[in-house]
Ligand binder design. Structure first.
Ligand SMILES: Nc1nc2c(ncn2[C@@H]2O[C@H](COP(=O)(O)OP(=O)(O)OP(=O)(O)O)[C@@H](O)[C@H]2O)c(=O)[nH]1
Ligand SMILES: [Mg+2]
Length: 400
């Protein structure tokens, strides 16, 4: 699963990405700093189950810091999108070629309205960020529509003549866009159109379908960046009043905190609402910068927002939950004796057998039953797992 960091140029996408991944990437106050996309690993944070169980864990596929599990996920920082990108304007092709692979999108907007529609600097408050949201929405729908329009008539006629399903040729046409059959089915249903008579769809029907498909297959949240600047607060209120899911952010502040933490100047877990200076080598200037972050960001907004946005992309947009597989339900260990080694991300509604398949196909094929390590209850194959479940799979084919 992949999340794309998208938006117009110069809003702070690379700063957000760098803060989330700690990778060093070019950041500048001008449009089109990023040309080739950057890919990296960010971490979701989730309260670890080890405290509740009173054991010391020994993580393998993730990290555990002071009771917080950090689960790796992939992020891409895309080139900036400008009006007309879907027709290849600006760096449109670079952008769309990356974004097609994403399962969810974090749309970084300049909440202070300090960059114009092409990402050039302007006085804070001069640009309305709602326009940026509308523009990105339109660009993405136009892009998807263009891909679909290419073969639409042929696809529609074939489906009607051969009485075949519309989903197959659509999946084929949209391959590589991380669009699944369920997404197409849901978009057809919500658009209230007849999948057996696609030649009868009007142009509006098709556009409505494309728009829904885009929203369903690439759900998006808004990271309202630059909350340290004037006008951000009132713009965020307006974005929320417009019914949008908005997470206020200061990518720059998060980057400062993450780098200071990396150098062991401060104790800070990403997403926390506080930090603590732990080194004597912090300069007066650094102290001043840190105090400003405490005052203007953390005290006022709670967090810098970057971690909240990454978490929300997976836990809210993609509806993921965390599941801990173990082999020994008394000691919560794997076959090497590691305590709570792994945590998996699984979509809500995943059953115990589907989860077995996620670990290994042999475990899924030979599935006999699952066991809840907390209660030692046996769970059947249809049992829907819950967030933070600790599960043992008992399978005829053994483990791995
Ligand atoms: N005040 C403030 N400035 C920020 C924040 N985040 C990023 N910036 C600044 O915004 C400018 C652009 O940052 P980038 O991260 O390069 O922006 P981008 O969206 O990746 O830009 P392109 O790659 O050109 O599309 C830089 O000067 C950053 O320092 C923030 O939270 N607050
Ligand atoms: Mg960039």
């Amino acid at each position: 699963m992949l999340t794309g960091v998208v938006g117009k140029p110069n809003v702070g996408k690379s700063t957000f990405f760098s803060a989330a991944t700690l990778l060093h990437v070019p950041i500048e106050n001008r449009p089109f700093t990023t040309i080739k996309p950057n890919r990296g690993i960010a971490y979701l944070r989730s309260e670890c189950v080890h405290k509740e169980l009173g054991v010391t864990d020994n993580p393998n596929n993730s990290l555990c810091v002071d009771g917080t599990r950090l689960i790796p996920v992939e992020l891409i920082d895309c080139a900036g999108l400008v009006p007309g990108s879907w027709q290849g304007r600006g760096l449109g092709n670079y952008f769309l070629d990356e974004v097609r692979k994403a399962d969810a999108l974090i749309h970084v907007v300049d909440a202070a309205g300090a960059t114009d529609e092409e990402g050039r600097t302007c006085p804070p408050g001069a640009r309305d960020p709602i326009k940026d949201v509308e523009f990105l929405d339109r660009e993405m729908s136009m892009w998807l529509s263009q891909i679909l329009q290419k073969d639409w008539r042929r696809i529609a006629q074939t489906v009607e003549m051969t009485h075949s399903s519309l989903q197959e040729p659509l999946i084929e046409r949209l391959s590589g866009l991380a669009i699944k059959k369920e997404h197409i089915a849901q978009a057809i249903e919500e658009a209230d159109i007849d999948p057996e008579k696609p030649t009868k769809w009007s142009e509006e029907d098709l556009l409505r379908f494309v728009h829904l498909l885009r929203h369903i297959s690439k759900p998006m949240l808004i990271a309202a960046n630059k909350i340290d600047l004037p006008y951000a607060e009132e713009n965020i209120k307006r974005l929320r009043d417009a019914g949008l899911t908005v997470i206020p952010c200061s990518s720059e502040a998060e980057l400062v905190l993450r780098r200071a933490s990396e150098k062991r100047l401060i104790n800070y877990i990403p997403g926390n609402s506080t930090f603590e200076i732990v080194s004597d080598s912090v300069t007066t200037e650094q102290k001043r910068a840190l105090a400003l972050i405490k005052d203007r960001i953390l005290s006022k907004w709670g967090t810098t927002g970057v971690q909240d946005a990454v978490n929300a992309a997976y836990f809210n947009l993609l509806n993921m939950m965390t599941i801990y597989p173990v082999e020994n339900t008394d000691r919560y260990t794997d076959h090497n004796g590691r305590v709570l080694p792994d945590v998996y991300l699984a979509p809500k509604g995943t059953t115990s057998r589907q989860f077995a398949y996620m670990i290994h196909s042999d475990l899924g094929n030979g599935f006999i039953y699952a066991m809840d390590a907390r209660t030692k209850m046996r769970l059947g194959e249809e049992y829907p797992l819950k967030d933070r479940d600790i599960i043992r799979i008992i399978s005829a084919k053994g483990h791995k």
